[in-house]
Write a protein that binds this ligand. Structure first.
Ligand code: NQM
Length: 355
C-alpha cells in the first residue's frame, strides 16, 4: 500500500526517575484529547504488545513501565495536573485506576523545568492535583536561583547514592479510591478464612499476616513470586475483598495491592512484602507505605500485636530493600495526614519515535 514505508513520528517525552520507579512523562498538549486515541499512541510508545516491550521504551517490569501525563491545573487550588498510567504488562492496556506516589515525586521537577509554573528561590512549593484519585499533594523542593537542585544528601532505600530531597505532603488522600479510610467499615475482618485489614490512605491496600498464608514474610520477593500456591491464595483473597472495598470486580485492576505483614526485624515498626498486585515489590509503594503506616497506629487492625510502635508520628515501614519513613499528623478527625521524602531526576529528554 502507499503507507508501506514512511518516517517515524516524534512525541516529546522526558524519561524520569521518581523515587524507586521510572516513567515516561508527556505533556497532555502533545497527546490526542480522545482517551482511546491517546492510549493507542502511548501503547505504541511503550510497546504494550510485547511482554518485554522490545519495540518501545517500556522497562519490562511494572515499576519501570509507567507513564505520567502533565497539564496546567484543572482546579484553582493546584499548580499542575498529574495523570498517572500503569502499563498492564502482557495485556497491552494502561490502567489509570491507581495513582503512583513514586512517580509523583518527579512531577514538580518536570513542571518547573518544562515551564508549566515559575520556580521561586530558594524553595518552590508545587501543588499537584492527582487526577487518578482527585486528591492533592504539596511538593516542596530546593530551587536555588530558580533552578531545580538535583544533587543532595538524601538517601532512599532502593536507589543508589543520594540526591536532593523532595518533600511530599498529602492532604486529602484518605478514601482516595474507595471512599473511606477503612472502606469495608471494619478494622479487621475474615476473607476466605484469613484475617485482613482493608485501608485506603492514598492507596487501596489489603493487609494480612504473612503467617496466616503459611509464609514468614521475610522471604525474598523472588521466593514469594515463585510460590504459586501462595500467589493463587493471595489472588483469591484479593478478588473476594475487592467488591467489599467498593472497587468492584478487581480481576483486571491493579488495585487493591496486597501487603503481607510480619514483626519488624531492623528497628522499624513493621516488616512488609507488597504485591502490586501480583508481582512482589522490591520495596514498597509510596502511598502503599502511607496506608500501611496508618493502619499501624489504629488499634484493632491486623497490625495490632505485630507492629512495634515507638513514635506514632514517625513510622519506619520495613520492606525487602530497606525501610520507608512515613510522618503521620494526627488530626482531630482521626484520619492520619501523611508526609514523606523522595528524590527524583530526569534521565533523558527528547522524543519517542513512533511507527
Ligand atoms: O503506592 C508501586 C511504586 C508503586 C506505587 C505500586 C506507589 C504508591 O512503588 O504510591 O508509589 O504499588 O504499583 O512506584
Amino acid at each position: 500500500s502507499r503507507h508501506a514505508y514512511g518516517a517515524l513520528r516524534q512525541l516529546p517525552c522526558v524519561w524520569m526517575r521518581g523515587g524507586t520507579s521510572k516513567a515516561a512523562f508527556f505533556h497532555a498538549r502533545d497527546l490526542p484529547a480522545d482517551p482511546a486515541a491517546r492510549d493507542r499512541l502511548l501503547l505504541a510508545a511503550l510497546d504494550g504488545q510485547d511482554k518485554r516491550q522490545i519495540d518501545g521504551i517500556g522497562g519490562g517490569l511494572p515499576l519501570t513501565t509507567k507513564l505520567a501525563i502533565i497539564a496546567p491545573p484543572s482546579r484553582a487550588d493546584a499548580d499542575v495536573d498529574y495523570l498517572f498510567g500503569q502499563l498492564v504488562i502482557g495485556e497491552n492496556r494502561i490502567d489509570y485506576a491507581p495513582t503512583c506516589g513514586n512517580i509523583l515525586a518527579a512531577v514538580a521537577p518536570f513542571a518547573l523545568e518544562e515551564g508549566l509554573l515559575a520556580a521561586t528561590a530558594p524553595y518552590s512549593r508545587v501543588r499537584i492535583h492527582m487526577l487518578n484519585t482527585r486528591s492533592l499533594c504539596e511538593a516542596l523542593l530546593a530551587t536555588p536561583g530558580g533552578q531545580v537542585a538535583y544533587r543532595g544528601d538524601t538517601r532512599i532505600s532502593g536507589v543508589p547514592g543520594s540526591a536532593a530531597p523532595i518533600e511530599l505532603a498529602f492532604h486529602d488522600v484518605a478514601g482516595s479510591s474507595c471512599g473511606a479510610l477503612y472502606p469495608t467499615g471494619h478494622y479487621r475482618e475474615l476473607v476466605a478464612g484469613v484475617a485482613v485489614t482493608c485501608i485506603d490512605n492514598g492507596m487501596p491496600v489489603v493487609l494480612l499476616a504473612a503467617q496466616a498464608l503459611g509464609v514468614s514474610g521475610y522471604e525474598t520477593p523472588a521466593e514469594l513470586d515463585a510460590n504459586l500456591p501462595f500467589k493463587q491464595r493471595l489472588e483469591q483473597i484479593r478478588l473476594a475483598i475487592g467488591p467489599r472495598m467498593g472497587l468492584g470486580d478487581v480481576r483486571n485492576k491493579v488495585v487493591p495491592k496486597m501487603t503481607l505483614i510480619a514483626p519488624p526485624r531492623h528497628g522499624g515498626v513493621i516488616h512488609t512484602r507488597s504485591f502490586i498486585p501480583h508481582k512482589c515489590h522490591d520495596a514498597i509503594g509510596v502511598l502503599g507505605a502511607a496506608s500501611v503506616a496508618s493502619a499501624c497506629v489504629q488499634p484493632g487492625t491486623v497490625c495490632d500485636g505485630v507492629a512495634q510502635l515507638a513514635d506514632p508520628a514517625l513510622l519506619s515501614v520495613e520492606h525487602p530493600g530497606g525501610e520507608f519513613s512515613i510522618r503521620l499528623r494526627h488530626g482531630a478527625d482521626g484520619i492520619p495526614g501523611v508526609s514523606l521524602l523522595r528524590t527524583a531526576r530526569p534521565l533523558f529528554r527528547g522524543a519517542v519515535q513512533l511507527p
